[in-house]
Design a protein around this ligand. Structure first.
Ligand code: G3H
Ligand code: 13P
Ligand code: ZN
Length: 332
């Protein structure tokens, strides 16, 4: 069931974080739904309530343009049908104004992100306000971004010296003036596989300061992949060439969630799982050229990875409680 993103946030806020996972293709879509229901293989009928989680499917502009945005929409609709127990939201990731309007008008998306974080403060507010007005008319919520994460996202690359943490006072003014429903904050993470060097890590002090000024307001952490060494090593052992690197430690997700980080964006980790499985499969079977040969183990591995991730986010086991929470209350 597709639900408004704000309903997921109301249930999760301060208790756990909702995983927001990017997808581009069918195998990722299937693995994602299975993983969020705690299923490993397609032939498992039963849903494991202790592993089931609400989630957000994120679609970037790159994903919308990879084949055709209508394929993604049709795939997600089919998955909703095939996995009727699931509860999830559909979200535009790193939207421009144009992409945001397209998604708002489509009637399919639960929420959109307008990312004008590269613009000066007032301009970022002005653009965000326009998108908020259009989105709210249709009951769609808006995520905006303030501060600059390092790394590459879509077609914009931000060097480490230009990345800057979100200023808490500015965050309050931004939310008030733009009317956005959630805010992506720069708190030390960056996009992609190369996040931290040495003792760098999440700036919990900054998250705390922002939450003090914006209590009960959902914050979003971009660049949240943990870049597990296990998957990087598997890629390299199967002929890849990724440098030694690290991401956000999974033990940091829940403490951040308790401080209001309600949406945690993960894309890179899924790509690493994909890359490792495809490399390993064809390396082990050099005479094979069937797309289903790596696709099948990938869907299972991705489902397992999602289920594991949801444990770290605290969202595993929350699906049935959310279902109850969303039931209309009887009028007494
Ligand atoms: O933040 C960016 C996401 O990882 C999406 O990446 O634009 O390559 O689809 P993409
Ligand atoms: P990662 O690159 O850490 O997976 O971040 C993804 C993201 O922020 C998508 O918006
Ligand atoms: Zn992002």
């Amino acid at each position: 069931m597709i639900v408004p993103t704000k309903d997921l946030f109301r249930h999760a806020y301060g208790k756990y974080a909702v995983g927001a996972y990017n997808i581009n293709n069918l195998e990722q879509c299937v693995g994602l739904f299975r993983g969020n229901l705690g299923k490993h293989e397609s032939n498992e009928d039963s849903v494991d309530p202790s592993r089931s989680a609400p989630f957000i499917i994120q679609i970037s502009r790159g994903a919308r343009g990879y084949t055709d945005k209508r394929f993604l929409e049709a795939m997600i609709r089919a998955a909703e049908d095939i996995f009727p127990e699931s509860i999830f939201a559909v979200h535009l990731d790193h939207g421009t104004e144009e992409a945001a309007y397209d998604c708002i008008e489509s009637g399919f998306y639960s929420s959109v992100m307008i990312d004008a974080s590269h613009e000066p403060f007032d301009k970022n507010i002005e653009i965000t306000r326009r998108v908020v007005d259009r989105a709210h008319e249709k009951g769609i919520s808006v995520e905006a971004e303030l501060g600059m994460l390092g790394g590459v996202e879509e077609d914009i690359e931000v060097s480490e010296e230009h990345a800057c943490l979100t200023d808490p006072d500015q965050a309050v003014e931004f939310v008030e003036r733009s009317g956005c429903d959630s805010l992506a904050v720069a708190i030390g993470t960056s996009h992609g596989a190369y996040k931290f060097k040495g003792s760098q890590g999440l700036h919990f002090d900054r998250i705390e300061q922002i939450q003090k000024l914006l209590p009960n307001y959902p914050l979003v952490m971009h660049g949240s992949s943990s870049v597990p060494k296990e998957w990087v090593d598997r890629i390299n052992q199967a002929g890849g060439n990724l440098p030694d690197t690290s991401g956000v430690p999974e033990k940091d997700y829940l403490p951040a969630a308790k401080l209001g980080v309600t949406k945690v964006n993960i894309d890179t980790d899924g790509r690493l799982v994909w890359c490792a499985i495809y490399r390993e499969t064809f390396l082990a079977k050099p005479d094979n050229f069937d797309p289903r040969t790596p696709g099948k183990p990938f869907m299972a591995a991705y489902a397992d990875y999602i289920a594991h991730k949801n444990q770290a986010l605290g969202s595993a086991g929350q699906l049935e409680s959310l279902r109850e929470f969303l039931q209309p209350q009887p009028v007494s």
